[in-house]
Design a binder for this molecule. Sequence first.
Ligand SMILES: Nc1ncnc2c1ncn2[C@@H]1O[C@H](COP(=O)(O)OP(=O)(O)OP(=O)(O)O)[C@@H](O)[C@H]1O
Length: 250
Amino acid sequence: MKETIGKEMLRLENLKVEVKDEVILENINLSLNEGVHVLLGPNGTGKSTLLGAIMGLSKYKTSGKIWFYNEDITDLTPDQRFKKGIFLAYQLPPAVRGVRLKDILKKILNIDPKKNLPEEVYTYLRELDLDESFLEREINYGFSGGERKKSEILQLLLAKPKLAMLDEPDSGVDIDSLKLIGEALRKISKESNLLIVTHNLKVLDYVNPNSVIVLLDGKYIYKDGIEIIHQIEERGYEYVRRLAYAQNLS
Ligand SMILES: Nc1ncnc2c1ncn2[C@@H]1O[C@H](COP(=O)(O)OP(=O)(O)OP(=O)(O)O)[C@@H](O)[C@H]1O
């Protein structure tokens, strides 16, 4: 297995997550060093739940501990976690009435609402093939699926977080847009650690993953090098299940 580079970035200790009194994740222990990590797994095993819990979204009732660069962030609000450098790009980015995209971008950039957006914003808009008129629109309201994904990537490019978590950045995205999003991810991966959930392994051509994490069910996480991806493509998740079982026995 290719070793991950750098120091420890994220550590989950005995994490348990409940949604509406239903236990979705339990006994989750995971340590991630700095780098690019891919989170895979069958539908409904709790990948989005895991990202949401790391972000501290109120929907997820969490116990156990979450450490970010050796700081216990378990009790911090999503806003406080954002300020620590954690960013979540949603699987289904929500629409917010009354808040324009440019308002969010100014908040992310921490600039006065009356001031103009910097040139960098327009460069990224061009790179993502998003028209400038999107800046004036209410965030995600009436945006197509692909446009929502691009708007999340735009925010991410500007936020330059320490950890960017992306929940299926490629879902519902056409071939040309996938290239643009892939190139943006390549750029982001140079400055930020990434944790990417995907079912479409094509997007991984643009980044250089250090590790693959497979959430087999709400209780078991298997971590390996990037080589495992080809085995998963060929043999499916059953193969990982057998590996995980063998590892448990040894
Ligand atoms: N509000 C909710 N009420 C009840 N169950 C929920 C709620 N939100 C999520 N769940 C359940 O939690 C489980 C994990 O969902 P999650 O979205 O985290 O899975 P996932 O691995 O990201 O799936 P996919 O690959 O299909 O996107 C699912 O069984 C889902 O139905």
